[in-house]
Design a protein around this ligand. Structure first.
Ligand code: FE2
Length: 374
């Protein structure tokens, strides 16, 4: 359940004492970290750089740190059936557990967040070794996910003390991901507004978008919150009619509650990136051919050669008052129809492809028909 317990905030919304300096890492809890790391390396070009496990004194888990551009993924499995990690995976399947933020002062940020109503998950803890120190605390986030707050003192290479560098990683070919653009959250019906309030009041985010989306089988209510720097963005969506078979509801059914529905990775050249990861075996949602027939009416002229490449690769285009964006959505990357990956290139646009959501929903609904969940 994703109920926030908190005292009313006495600090004006938008006045953030919790200053966040971007996403430090995204941690996935998975059934088999060793194999999942192979997947994220060969399919998406993430390089394994550090690991922690029984050999490094971490008795309850295997964690592998993978990097590409400014993105750091941590892929973690529990080592016994009773571990909270294993129980999380048993309930939710593989997926995002932690979207961690970098901060200057963990103790102050944690105290402020908790005073404003965040659920305290872990008090600030100092992790130290001969290479330096890292301080980390953790607060609750939607569903069973969390946000860790991480204070580093130049300690970046191997995530945390207790991790050792991987020096014999096989060749890894980056695909052009530069940073996490956004993490989209699917929310159980009726909880959207309380979590929008959480991000605004507790973490000083502001709401940048709001829209309703309908298709034949789906309707959802979607709001986006961003931190003041614009570096951290969470589109959050809830099914607007509980009990329908929308893709958001399908996610909620299989994830057993709210959670991260997709992680969007930013790139500079989406045609290169998508061509590369398609060759690596990543499967994307099929875009109806009719999508491209009406595309220029919606977003303006596109050079014929570029249009042909977009159509060949299934890349979607959207525009807003600030410019254009290109994006594409993978099929779910887990056994359950839950988390998927988005690839996005921005040429000015600050939106999230709302003009494409309807096309995307219709593509997902064709998949749902094959799965028999619609
Ligand atoms: Fe997205």
């Amino acid at each position: 359940m994703s109920v926030i317990e908190r005292e009313p905030s006495t600090i004006p919304a938008g006045q953030s004492a919790v200053r966040l300096d971007g996403i430090d890492y995204v941690e996935l809890y998975v059934g088999n970290a060793y194999q999942a790391a192979h997947f994220y390396r060969t399919m998406f070009g993430f390089k394994p750089v550090a690991r922690a496990g029984m050999e490094t004194g971490m008795r309850d888990r295997l964690s592998i740190v993978m990097v590409q551009g400014d993105i750091r993924l941590v892929i973690t499995s529990g080592l016994n059936p009773d571990s909270p990690i294993s129980r999380h995976v048993a309930l939710h399947g593989d997926g995002v557990k932690d979207v961690a933020f970098r901060v200057d002062d963990v103790a102050a940020a944690f105290q402020t967040a908790v005073e404003r109503g965040a659920r305290a998950v872990a008090e600030p803890q100092v992790h130290e070794d001969e290479r330096g120190r890292v301080v980390r605390a953790t607060i609750g986030a939607p569903g069973d996910t969390v946000h860790s707050l991480v204070e580093r003192h130049g300690y970046a290479a191997t995530l945390f003390p207790g991790f050792e560098a991987i020096t014999n990683a096989p060749a890894t070919h980056a695909v052009g991901f530069t940073e996490v653009d956004h993490v989209a959250v699917s929310m159980e019906s009726g909880h959207l507004d309380e979590w929008i309030q959480f991000y605004k009041e507790v973490l000083g985010f502001h709401q940048s978008h709001h829209e309703m989306v309908w298709t034949k089988n789906s309707s959802m209510n979607s709001k986006v919150v961003e931190d003041p720097s614009g570096k951290i963005k969470f589109p959050i969506q809830e099914p607007s009619k509980a009990g329908t078979n929308s893709q958001v509801q399908e996610y909620l059914n299989f994830n057993h509650g709210s959670g991260a529905q997709h992680v969007a990775f930013l790139c500079d050249d989406i045609c290169f990136t998508v061509r590369t990861i398609r060759e690596n075996g990543v499967r994307f949602l099929e875009v109806p051919g009719t999508y491209y027939e009406v595309l220029e009416e919606r977003v303006g002229a596109i050079q014929p050669a570029v249009m042909a490449e977009y159509q060949e690769l299934g890349i979607l285009v959207d525009s807003d008052e600030d410019g254009r964006l290109m994006q594409i959505f993978s099929e779910p990357v887990e056994a359950r129809p839950t988390m998927f990956v988005e690839v996005i290139e921005r040429r000015g646009a600050r939106g999230f492809g709302s003009g494409n959501i309807k096309a995307l929903f219709e593509a997902v609904e064709r998949q749902q028909e094959r799965r028999g969940t619609i």
